[in-house]
Design a protein around this ligand. Structure first.
Ligand code: ZN
Length: 252
């Protein structure tokens, strides 16, 4: 393990414009369920597709009910040692962009700036009006939903409100994708942390960077879709928490 931490530290030391890509595996230590893992939400719930959400009142109730569970859970969760290590990489001036598949908002709570963050699958920490695209704080909407069991509507325009997470069947935000691809073409090192790299197009982002011949480091417990690719410089199979914080603490 120590050799791998040292190798990781060497890559961090040498890099100046790191792109970090994070997935569900870095938030499980904070008590956020991994949707695809053994206790995954999709084992007990049917996902609500975007078209159904927009066209069906019952689907909107189902989705808000599902998101109410996450919202209640967020009152108890805090960033963990991995989030804090990533915030230190930004503070050290070495991070070009942080791209996360996670919708839990923990990178911002750990101290990463929004300017250098792309939440590629959106965020549960905001609610978006699907008509006027105003973003609002979720708390009041969830309180109302808890009381009425009716999906909330926009105060400004009466449009359908939706937690600002990208749903199945919903397009990613083009400006977010563009910022991520710009970073992939500019970074000098790319780290994929706690992701199985199996969800597209998100997983194509670190690969686009790696194909330029820059160092590509993958840390994940269990298999990833990029295992065995010649672009991978360092592959660590294990909990990111056992490696990244220690490598950052060695000094970067
Ligand atoms: Zn609106």
């Amino acid at each position: 393990m120590n050799d791998q931490i040292k190798a990781l530290n060497n890559f961090l030391l040498a890099a100046e414009k790191i792109m970090l890509f994070t997935g569900a595996g870095i938030s499980t230590n904070s008590g956020i369920p991994d949707y695809r893992g053994p206790q995954g939400v999709w084992k007990t719930r049917q996902p609500v597709y975007f078209d159904d959400f927009m066209s069906s009142y019952a689907a909107r109730v189902e989705y808000w009910d599902f998101k109410l569970e996450s919202w209640e859970n967020y009152k108890h969760v805090q960033p963990n040692s991995i989030h804090r290590a990533i915030a230190k990489i930004e503070k050290a001036g070495k991070m070009l962009l942080l791209v996360t598949q996670n919708v839990d908002g923990l990178h911002v709570l750990a101290g990463n700036s929004r300017e250098k963050l792309v939440e590629i699958h959106g965020t549960d920490r905001l609610v978006e009006c699907m008509q006027c695209h105003e973003f609002t704080d979720p708390d009041a909407h969830f309180e109302l939903f808890k009381k009425t069991q009716e999906p909330p509507t926009c105060h400004s325009c009466g449009g359908i409100l939706k937690p600002a997470t990208i749903s199945f069947g919903q397009s990613l935000r083009q400006d977010d994708l563009q910022r991520a691809y710009d970073a992939a073409s500019e970074c000098d090192c790319v780290l994929a942390l706690g992701s199985t790299l199996s969800v597209h197009p998100a997983a194509s982002l670190p690969l686009a960077a790696a194909r330029r011949g820059i160092p590509y480091i993958i840390i994940n417990r269990g298999d990833t879709d990029h295992d065995g690719l010649s672009h991978v410089s360092l592959r660590i199979d294990g909990d990111v928490a056992d490696y990244l914080p220690a490598a950052v603490e060695m000094g970067i």
